[in-house]
Design a protein around this ligand. Structure first.
Ligand SMILES: *[C@@H]1O[C@H](CO)[C@@H](O)[C@H](O)[C@H]1NC(C)=O
Ligand SMILES: *[C@@H]1O[C@H](CO)[C@@H](O)[C@H](O)[C@H]1NC(C)=O
Ligand SMILES: *[C@@H]1O[C@H](CO)[C@@H](O)[C@H](O)[C@H]1NC(C)=O
Ligand SMILES: *[C@@H]1O[C@H](CO)[C@@H](O)[C@H](O)[C@H]1NC(C)=O
Length: 538
């Protein structure tokens, strides 16, 4: 359907837009018969071996005449566990409204109002197609489903609350994607959470798991409190709560203490705000005032931050390499100065290395943290995985009126001497395990398991590599020669590739938007600093 040769991209684009408009015009009257695939889907987050999926508008009434169809997979060789958090479909016969699962070997359902689905399905395959269809109806929440691989038989759904479980201590697996599922939590990581709180959402709030990935949580119960104080943490708002019989806490690795700072020696900033007050005194909002535990005004950036082009930063030197698991921030803390940072990114480095940017786990892009929403209340963000560095830099992305910050870093000492080794080991392990999962690509690359000394295998591999390289060079030379002879299609070829990119890109974007969570940030400034992007290893 791409326009004729030499037509160029503009034409092809116009043709596509025309077709799209035509399609919409034709399909509108047929709306009742032909639903678009996917228009009935709601919140969907998938990661390697777990995820969350809801119908559109969940938990409010799903729309008339829609379909949601999605294939979910876990790594090859594993079985898929489906766990239903909620099913409320208005139909007695499952004729026009239903939820249906189809795998290569079996079909489960259709499920609807009267034909209730079992709480959990263990499939024989690692892949299933979920199909949700709605006809005409007046009520019904639709569905909420979580899934995981059979490695996680203790999978729970995003809707499970601590008071569902009677034991005083237990461990469960939270799927990816519970953060944005509607439902309340009350409390905080230090005092604990009210037992009516959603377990997985509380775990994200506490910094125990990352929403994009999910993970194992360990919970223990304690006697309730008379009042639970809510805060914003990791993009989740917990509410204040009243007396409850029980509360729950997460067992932690103990690396969440406050890292101490000497204000004048260890905190620097790109600029600071100075002005003369009514009595003629100079008022400085210097970086030394950026410690969260100190009273008084915070650090605030100078006026140049107003033109949005210059990146401001607050730099903290911890004196030595530390493991940093979180950051707490506030705004000005002064009611007369309604200043705060709404979003920020983090940089880190060691003694002599370059600044690296902290990235998200899933998309490998600069991670934007949700900061403060008023000048007063502290907001916590956790680093999963932790940062191991001596220097960190907070770089505000968006702010209210003026950049103003107080910070506290959470973390602990790195384990002496063995630390770098541990990091190295884990990274090798991950490589090994992903390889193990992809057993179809049965071309083992032995480099990981190789003993230290040179042996026969090494030599053979080096020889093979050499020959491959030589062959590559030869082929390249031949190709170049051919090209030089003059390719009459040279120009149209490049045009074609451009077109192809344009055609492919919206699809790729659509997919990634579906597979990841947007942080609702206003990332407007491009990152043109000399930042080496990298993983977390010190
Ligand atoms: C579906 O359509 C019926 C009849 O047109 C209408 O009464 C009902 O409110 C609609 N339901 C929803 C969820 O929009
Ligand atoms: C001006 O600043 C000085 C020094 O910080 C302070 O003592 C004084 O109270 C301030 N005056 C007013 C009117 O805020
Ligand atoms: C970094 O510098 C500090 C102080 O200058 C020193 O104590 C520390 O050993 C250095 N660390 C590394 C890894 O070089
Ligand atoms: C380093 O780790 C190994 C095993 O992981 C342990 O046996 C050894 O005691 C550790 N050394 C130090 C200094 O912590």
């Amino acid at each position: 359907m791409v326009a004729g040769a030499g037509g160029g991209c503009a034409q092809a684009g116009a043709v596509r837009r025309g077709l799209l408009a035509l399609l919409l015009a034709v399909s509108a009257p047929l709306w009742l018969q032909a639903e678009e695939l996917g228009d009935g889907c709601g919140h969907i987050v998938t990661y390697k071996d777990s995820g969350t999926m809801t119908s559109k508008n969940y938990p409010w009434t799903y729309p008339n005449h829609t379909v949601c169809e999605k294939t979910i997979t876990v790594p090859k060789g594993k079985r898929l566990i489906l766990r239903l958090g909620d099913l409320d479909i208005e139909s007695q016969t499952c004729a026009s409204d239903y939820l249906l699962f189809t795998s290569s070997s079996d079909q489960y359902g259709p499920y609807c109002g009267s034909k209730t689905m079992p709480k959990e399905l263990l499939l024989n395959t690692n892949e299933v197609t979920v199909r949700f269809k709605s006809g005409s109806h007046t009520s019904g929440r639709g569905f909420l489903l979580t899934y995981a691989s059979s490695d996680h038989p203790d999978l729970i759904t995003c809707l499970d609350r601590a008071n569902h479980y009677l034991k005083t201590e237990y461990s469960k697996f939270c799927p990816a994607g519970c953060r944005d599922v509607p439902g309340d939590i009350s409390g905080n990581v230090v005092d604990g959470y009210r037992d009516t709180s959603l377990l997985c959402k509380a775990a994200i709030h506490a910094g125990v798991i990352a929403d994009e990935v999910g993970g194992q949580i360990s919970v223990f119960l304690r006697k309730g409190l008379s009042r639970y104080e809510g805060i914003l943490a990791n993009g989740v708002l917990s509410r204040d709560g009243s007396l409850s019989d029980k509360r729950f806490l997460f067992t932690s690795n103990g690396c969440s203490g406050s890292l101490s700072l000497e204000p004048d020696r260890q905190i620097r900033a790109s600029s600071s705000w100075e002005w003369i007050n009514e009595t003629g005194d100079q008022v400085r909002w210097s970086p030394g005032q950026a410690r969260l535990q100190d009273q008084g005004p915070s650090w605030a950036s100078g006026d140049r931050s107003k033109n949005h082009k210059q990146r401001e930063w607050l730099r903290i030197d911890l004196g030595e390499k530390k493991k940093i698991t979180g950051i707490r921030t506030t705004g000005s803390t002064q009611s007369d100065f309604d200043f705060y940072v709404k979003s920020f990114v983090m940089n880190f480095r060691n003694n002599n290395s370059k600044w690296k940017t902290y990235k998200g786990i899933v998309n490998n892009e600069e991670k934007v943290f949700q900061g403060n929403s008023n000048f007063r209340d502290p907001v916590r963000n956790n680093f999963i995985p932790p940062i191991v560095a001596r220097y960190v830099r907070v770089i505000p992305q968006t702010w209210h009126q003026r950049i103003a910050l107080k910070v506290e870093l959470l973390g602990c000492q790195v384990a002496p001497s063995n630390d770098s080794l541990v990091w190295h080991k884990t990274s090798v392990n991950t490589v090994g395990s992903t390889k193990g999962e992809d057993k179809t690509i049965s071309k083992p690359i032995p480099s990981e398991e190789m003993p230290k000394g040179l042996n026969i295998t090494t030599i053979v591999i080096l020889l093979v590599l050499f020959f491959v390289l030589a062959a590559g060079v030869a082929i390249f030379a031949v190709l170049r020669k051919k090209k030089k002879k003059g390719n009459p299609y040279g120009s149209s070829k490049t045009q074609k590739t451009d077109c192809w990119k344009q055609i492919k890109y919206p699809f790729a974007r659509h997919q990634s938007a579906e597979f990841t969570i947007s942080y609702n940030n206003e990332k407007e400034m491009t990152q043109k600093l000399d930042l080496i992007t990298s993983d977390i290893a010190g």
